[in-house]
Every structure is written in C-alpha cells, then in structure tokens.
Design a protein around this ligand. Structure first.
Ligand SMILES: N[C@@H]1O[C@H](COP(=O)(O)O)[C@@H](O)[C@H]1O
Length: 195
C-alpha cells in the first residue's frame, strides 16, 4: 500500500510513521506534503528519502476549493492508497473528504469524542479530567468525528500544564499512529486501545 502523509508543522508523528514502514510492513511512504513551505517536517521527510511537496494555503485566502484542487493534483501524481493527516491543521471541505473517504486517517490529541477542535489539553485540565490521551480516526466531513480506529490514554498529573500534558500525550501518539496504520494497511479496522 502507498501512503501519503500531510503535515503543517514539525512532523514528529510523520517521522514515526515513516520509520515504522519497513520490513514486512504492508505499506510504504510515497509522499509527504504540507500547506506550509516552511514546515520543519518537510526537511525531515526529505532527509529520510521521502518525496515532498508544499502547497501554500495563504495565497488562496478563503478559496479552499482552489487550495484543495492543487493539493489533490499533487496527491494524484503519487496515487496513494492511504492518506495520513499528521498535525495537518487545515480544515478540509466535504468534497475533498468524500474523494478520499474510507482511506484518510487523522490523529487528534484527545480521547474523542471529547474535545473536538483545538486546545484539547487546556480543556481537559480546566474540566479536571483524571486522564487524557489521543485518538486515530477515519476522516469524515464532520471535524474530528469519524470512526475511531485506536486510542491511547495517559494520566493527568496534579501539576500538569497544557504543555506538560501535551508532551505526555505526544509520546503515546508516536506509538498509536504507527500501530493503527499497520493494522489499517492490513485491512484491520477494529478499534485498539494502547495502555
Ligand atoms: N494534531 C496534533 O498536532 C500535533 C502535531 O505534532 P507533529 O506530528 O507535527 O509533531 C500532534 O499533537 C497532533 O495530535
């Protein structure tokens, strides 16, 4: 299976996904793309030998379809079987999601369905939650709402800040996303929980 990964920032999840696709893993990374030409993850992907591209969303201003048409053109060249959103921060239109529906995954830093959207760790702390975590799900038109493929939990500690909690959750993200991708590429979609 061919996998394309979309990022917006440093790409630490992307690196873990690329590192995992070796040996008898059923998939291989064919492309890493970003909506930000300055995304640090693009350099990391290039150093790992994965082709990269950037489509800067800013010149498109509110024209999301225009931005996505160029994104789709780049993706179509690589003909990915699976797309992984890994810290990709652009909200995608229904049209784009429908085109890749059933084969586009996303990682979200909360235990969905709790805390869809942004600032998940701050909201978990403000709510006094005792545990937090991350979720890998299939992407559907509704934001952070698709079928869950896997979750991993972490304890919330008394002196946690959003940053310290984010760092603890990120460690689990780096375990969960590769585990879910390997299962998904083998056709296994029953949700898993990592402890
Ligand atoms: N959507 C969220 O954005 C962060 C991206 O991190 P990285 O993969 O770019 O390091 C991760 O916490 C991910 O869950």
């Amino acid at each position: 299976k061919k996998v394309a990964i979309l990022i917006s920032g440093g790409g630490s999840n992307m690196v873990k996904l690329v590192e995992s696709m070796v040996g008898d893993h059923p998939a291989r990374p064919v492309l890493v793309g970003s909506n930000d030409p300055q995304a640090g993850g693009l350099q990391k992907a290039a150093e790992m030998g994965v082709p990269t591209f950037a489509v800067d969303h800013r010149p498109f201003k509110g024209d999301r379809e225009g931005f996505e048409a160029e994104l789709n053109a780049k993706l179509a060249e690589a003909e990915p079987d699976i797309i992984c959103l890994a810290g990709f921060m652009r909200v995608l239109t229904e049209g784009f999601v429908r085109r890749w529906e059933g084969r586009m995954l996303n990682i979200h830093p909360s235990l969905l369905p709790k805390y869809k959207g942004l600032h998940t760790h701050q909201r978990a702390l403000e709510a006094g939650d005792k545990e937090a975590g991350c979720t890998v799900h299939l992407v559907t038109p509704a934001l952070d709402d698709g079928p869950i493929l896997g979750q991993a939990r972490v304890p919330v500690l008394p002196d946690d800040t959003p940053d310290s909690l984010a760092a603890r959750v990120l460690v689990q993200e780096h375990r969960l996303y590769p585990a879910v991708l390997e299962r998904f590429a083998r056709g296994e979609t029953d949700p898993i929980t990592l402890d």
